[in-house]
Every structure is written in structure tokens, then in C-alpha cells.
Design a protein around this ligand. Structure first.
Ligand SMILES: Nc1nc2c(ncn2[C@@H]2O[C@H](COP(=O)(O)OP(=O)(O)OP(=O)(O)O)[C@@H](O)[C@H]2O)c(=O)[nH]1
Ligand SMILES: [Zn+2]
Length: 354
């Protein structure tokens, strides 16, 4: 900290910017008196006279641009000069690593100096929150933007901030007829997290499972992951334990959204594992923030849990958000030929105890 007064961010401005990006509307990121007018390539219909392209650090590495720039921080996004023949198809080929086999010949590109690192990094984070590819056209005219946001606003965006219980009802489920569903809402985020309370509260720490949404596994029976069987096994174990809670968190694809997860699957079809597929797309290996689960538990009056998981980050995430994890209970699912490599990667590369 350099002693400058802290500027409060406004999560609502970030929420408006996320909405604009999804609709294909330009946004301004402003910081220290400078403005960066950005349009996400994925939802753009036209390149609108863009003079540059903003890419994630890992996309720039794949395009062999990292050695061209002066910045010492290799995690910072990279700005490149728009090629003279830039159209929306070329922009998409630059942005989307899943198209690399179809469009192998791109460039050479020229890296430009990044005027403001925090603005560029905030834009990449907004793309993740919007479920979009982290790649933007840089537009010359900031007057065309429909929302303005600062890096502080993006930092203030937190889907657990104003969490409250919105509805609750009895919900008999196959694992146990004695269950209640509780739905949560925040004023800044459209994702409605839910909790399923199973059995009778008896004063002991409940068996708790944090389950992150997986449409392909939970609903369609995908064999690529272990989510579907884990969901059902967790409901069974909670039911067997007399009482407990399953938190169904809307963190599809470890927080990158369904469409980006399916892009990660397309990269896995090309031979990359689950970790490299995420980083190649420009995302963290795991973008989830488990503090929302802690806030949900608090609203349910729970401060001590026995956590069903193999993932040390879930234990750490709850503990650092103030929940006492008294015990970690493993959740082991037999592998199948389609997910054996995925489960092995979780063990060897993301520290899962299996
Ligand atoms: N990005 C990405 N997400 C995936 C992939 N496979 C599964 N997921 C997502 O990963 C999440 C599954 O996480 P969890 O079931 O909570 O499991 P976990 O983090 O491995 O931890 P535990 O099961 O508790 O040990 C879901 O959001 C899935 O959509 C993948 O290959 N790429
Ligand atoms: Zn899954």
C-alpha cells in the first residue's frame, strides 16, 4: 500500500458491466483518469474500427507473444495491435484456442505497451464472470460504451455479499423424504445457490457437501467427470449420517461457466488435460470462491461441519471464511474408462486426496 486513500468499489457497476458484455455491448474500464473501451470478441458482431486486441497472458503465450512485451509481470494480459485485415472471423481465431487447429496460420502480431495493468486484469476477470472468452477488441471511442467500471468495482463484486434466504420448502428426495430446500439470492448476481437440508437437526456438526454445478454430469449423466455419482453418493451419505446439508453451488465448470467448460472439453478432445485446458483458455485452474458456501451455512445457523470432499481447497476455503471444519470425510467414486485420466489429473495436479 502506498498510503493513497482506499477507493470503495461498487459491485453494482460490475454487475451492469457483466450484463453489457454478455449482450455484446462495449464497456469502459476506467482507472487513474484513463479509459479503456472494450468489446468482448465472443459477443461482438463487428470489429467496429478496433485498433487493438486485449488477450489473457496464457493466450498470448500460446500465440508466442510473451517475449515481445516489456512488462515483467507475466500474469498480466497482453495488448496487440489490430492486424490490417482484422475482421470478426480473424478476431475470433485470435481469441479462441479451440479454433487453433482450424486456423493455425495467424500473425505475426505486434505487442503494444499496456497503458494500465489493473484495468486490463479487471477486464479479464469480468469476462470470466460473464462466462465469456477472455479476449476483447479495444475500441477508439469510449463514448460508445454502455457501462463504466473500475478495477475496484470488479474487486468489490462478490456473489456472497448481500446473500439472503429467499424461499424454503419441504422437498422429499429419493435419498430421504425428510428434506427441505432453501434457496438463496444476492442483489448482484443471477445465480441462485440452494441448500438441501436432510434429516433432523440434532445439535451435532452436520455432514456437509459443497457440490459445484455440472450440467453435463449432474443432469446428462456425463461419464467424463465424477460429478453425477458424487452428487448421489453425497446425498446418500448425508442421509445415512442422520442429518446434513448439501450445498448446490452455481459454479459450473469450476467457475468458468458452461460454455467455457465445453471449450475446455473441446481442448481435452485435442489432448490437453483438465488443468491445461483451463489455463489455455485464459482462466485459473479453479476459479471458484468457496466463501459463498460459508455465508450460506451461516445463514442456516451452522458454524461447525464435517465436510465430505477430497479437495483440500474446499476445506481451506470454508476455514478461512470462518467455518470450523471438524473432520474431512472422503468421497470416493469408482473410475470409468472415460474419467480415469480426469480423476488421475485431479490427484496429481490439483492435490485431491483420493
Ligand atoms: N473447467 C472444467 N470444469 C470441470 C471439468 N470437469 C468437471 N468440471 C467442473 O468441476 C466442478 C466439480 O467440482 P466438485 O464436484 O465440487 O469436485 P472437486 O473440486 O473435484 O472436489 P471434491 O469432489 O469435493 O473432492 C463442477 O463445477 C464441474 O462442472 C473440466 O474438465 N473443466
Ligand atoms: Zn462434472
Amino acid at each position: 500500500m502506498n498510503g493513497a486513500p482506499a477507493i470503495d468499489g461498487d459491485a453494482r457497476r460490475a454487475a451492469l458491466a457483466i450484463d453489457a458484455l454478455r449482450r455484446g455491448w462495449a464497456i469502459n474500464v476506467e482507472h487513474l483518469g484513463q479509459q479503456l473501451c472494450l468489446l468482448p470478441i465472443e459477443t461482438a458482431r463487428d470489429v467496429l474500427g478496433a485498433h487493438a486486441i486485449l488477450l489473457s497472458a496464457s493466450r498470448a503465450a500460446t500465440l508466442k507473444l510473451m517475449n515481445q512485451r516489456a512488462a515483467a509481470d507475466t500474469a498480466l494480459p497482453v495488448m496487440i495491435k489490430a492486424p490490417a485485415d482484422l475482421d470478426i472471423n480473424l478476431a475470433l481465431a485470435v481469441a479462441d484456442p479451440t479454433l487453433d487447429l482450424r486456423y493455425p496460420m495467424k500473425g505475426p502480431f505486434e505487442a503494444l505497451a499496456l497503458a494500465d495493468g489493473p484495468s486490463a486484469a479487471a477486464a479479464i476477470e469480468l469476462a470470466r464472470l460473464a462466462g465469456l472468452l477472455p479476449a476483447f477488441l479495444v475500441l477508439p471511442d469510449s463514448g460508445s460504451a454502455s457501462a463504466t467500471v473500475s478495477p475496484q468495482d470488479v474487486a468489490a463484486f462478490d456473489d456472497s455479499g448481500a446473500l439472503h434466504i429467499a424461499a424454503r420448502a419441504r422437498l422429499p428426495v429419493a435419498a430421504n423424504v425428510d428434506a427441505e430446500i432453501v434457496a438463496f439470492r444476492t442483489d448482484v448476481d443471477a445465480s441462485d445457490h440452494v441448500a438441501l437440508l436432510i434429516g433432523k437437526r440434532d445439535g451435532t456438526p452436520p455432514v456437509v457437501r459443497l457440490h459445484s454445478e455440472c450440467l453435463t454430469g449432474d443432469v446428462l449423466g456425463s461419464l467424463k467427470c465424477d460429478c453425477g455419482p458424487q452428487l448421489h453418493e453425497a446425498l446418500q451419505q448425508i442421509s445415512d449420517a442422520n442429518w446434513g446439508i448439501l450445498l448446490y453451488l452455481r459454479q459450473e465448470g469450476r467457475g468458468i461457466g458452461l460454455i467455457n467448460k465445453l471449450r475446455a472439453y473441446a481442448l481435452q478432445d485435442q489432448g490437453f488435460d483438465t488443468v491445461d485446458a483451463n489455463t489455455r483458455l485464459g482462466f485459473a485452474i479453479d476459479a471458484r470462491d468457496f466463501s459463498v458456501a460459508a455465508r450460506m451455512l451461516e445463514l442456516l445457523g451452522i458454524s461447525n461441519v464435517r465436510l465430505l470432499t477430497n479437495n483440500p481447497e474446499k476445506v481451506e476455503g470454508l476455514r478461512s471464511a470462518g467455518i470450523s471444519v471438524e473432520e474431512r470425510l472422503p468421497l470416493k467414486i469408482a473410475a470409468n474408462p472415460h474419467n480415469a485420466h480426469y480423476l488421475e489429473t485431479k490427484k496429481s495436479r490439483t492435490g485431491h486426496a483420493l
